[in-house]
Write a protein that binds this ligand. Structure first.
Ligand code: COD
Ligand code: ZN
Ligand code: ZN
Length: 376
């Protein structure tokens, strides 16, 4: 008795409105349409961005919605025309699709496919309908992948097949956190051996930047966080120094300039605040420093900074999902993990049953967790 072609009833976490805890509901998940895939999610991480969805602090979110974008699972069924995966394949849903055909996908210098939320809303499937229903009401998708549901549907441009042996409760972190931070150092900054790096924010994503800087051969890696409990893990992963802005009377950018002479070679903002974005720019080397924005700024925010900071030679850039062309790169990152090239397992501080999802968010909000992985 297969489920293919039928509606599946399963558990999902629904955000009915802003600023309310998630509610575990029974939802109905419609079968995939043409060029869509239905996936049984086995494990999903909780990322800072999911917390922003609950708080209503990111643009273009419609409620009710099923959040979650750091999952791993197994293909249950495929719609007409899908060739990239088949039922039974292990997969990672892609919160940034790669259609492979648009002018951005054909451009080697960007990973922002034209089918992303930057260009069109991903709160409904591409045909502008939902595959989720709860209590007779259509529920919105998040980034087309909604991994906080035991079964979820995504376009075939937003799914990548991974190694058959990959442990899904670990490699789910490649769907966002690890890939985002590691790629920011490797692809976007292109950190050079022997360089000095500063990372503002040592959550799951910031710690993944630390891993990227270390593997690129940086000799000095300075971690910055207002929560000193993050320092042990940062040192374990390669930070050579850790500092708390609250321990200094002067602004942290001045502290960094004093520590390094003329500023760091690479700085990374992994908090998502405009003040730390400008502090990270000021902290990098006046003539040759590169500052990379990784954290999403608050809804509607604007930056104010002295343009002279750029005149002398600093470079300011940003990236989404670490600049990876996702469908091509995430399977390779998972293979690298299987070959023990890097080990994001240390970022997983908690593993909880899916029903305890709100406990997972409390751990994130109180700064007690790096990554909580929920298992169905
Ligand atoms: N100075 C230094 N550290 C600070 C400050 C400050 N003023 N304020 C807060 N922090 C620290 C916190 O103590 C915490 O340790 C860390 O910053 C933030 O970490 P988390 O655990 O809350 O969040 P992450 O690491 O899971 O994610 C953070 C991002 C900001 C990167 C994330 O929310 C985001 O915006 N991602 C967008 C980038 C992207 O590519 N996204 C893809 C999908 S998410
Ligand atoms: Zn594309
Ligand atoms: Zn994320």
């Amino acid at each position: 008795m297969g489920t293919s072609g039928k509606v599946i009833k399963c558990k999902a976490a629904v955000a009915w409105e802003v600023d309310k805890p998630l509610s575990i509901e029974e939802v109905e998940v419609a079968p995939p349409k043409a060029h869509e895939v239905r996936v049984k999610i086995v494990a999903t991480g909780i990322c800072g961005t999911d917390d922003h969805v609950l708080k209503g602090s990111i643009p273009n979110i419609d409620y009710p919605i099923i959040p979650g974008h750091e999952g791993a699972g197994i293909v249950e069924s495929i719609g007409e025309g899908v060739t990239c995966v088949k039922p039974g394949d292990k997969v990672i849903p892609l919160c940034l699709p790669q259609c492979g055909e648009c002018s951005f996908c054909l451009n080697p210098d960007t990973n922002c496919c034209l089918k992303t939320h930057l260009h069109e809303s991903q709160n409904l499937m591409p045909d502008k309908t939902s595959r989720f229903t709860c209590k007779g009401k259509a529920i919105h998708h998040f980034l087309w992948i909604s991994t906080f549901s035991e079964y979820t549907v995504m376009p075939d441009s937003a799914i990548a097949r991974i190694d058959d042996d990959a442990p899904l409760d670990k490699v789910c972190l490649f769907g966002c956190g690890f890939s985002t931070g590691y790629g920011a150092a490797i692809n976007t900054a292109k950190v050079k051996p022997g360089s000095t790096c500063a990372i503002f924010g040592l959550g799951g994503v910031g710690l993944s930047v630390v891993v990227g800087c270390k593997s690129a051969g940086a000799s000095r890696i300075i971690g910055i966080d207002i929560n000193k409990d993050k320092f042990t893990k940062a040192r374990e992963l390669g930070a050579t120094e850790c500092i708390n802005p609250q321990d200094f009377k002067k602004p942290i950018q001045e502290v960094l300039l004093e520590m390094t002479g003329h500023g760091v070679d690479y700085s990374f903002e992994v908090v998502g605040h405009t003040d730390t974005m400008v502090a990270a720019l000021v902290s990098c080397h006046m003539g040759s420093g590169t500052c990379v924005l990784v954290g999403t700024p608050p809804l509607g925010s604007q930056l104010s900074f002295d343009p002279l900071l750029l005149f002398t030679g600093r470079t300011w850039k940003g990236c989404l999902i670490g600049g990876w062309k996702t469908k091509d790169s995430i399977p390779k990152l998972v293979s690298g993990y299987m070959e023990k090239k890097f080990n994001p397992d240390v970022l997983i501080t908690h593993t909880l049953p899916f029903d305890k999802i709100n406990e997972g968010f409390e751990l994130l909000q109180s700064g007690k967790s790096i990554r909580t992985v929920l298992v169905f």
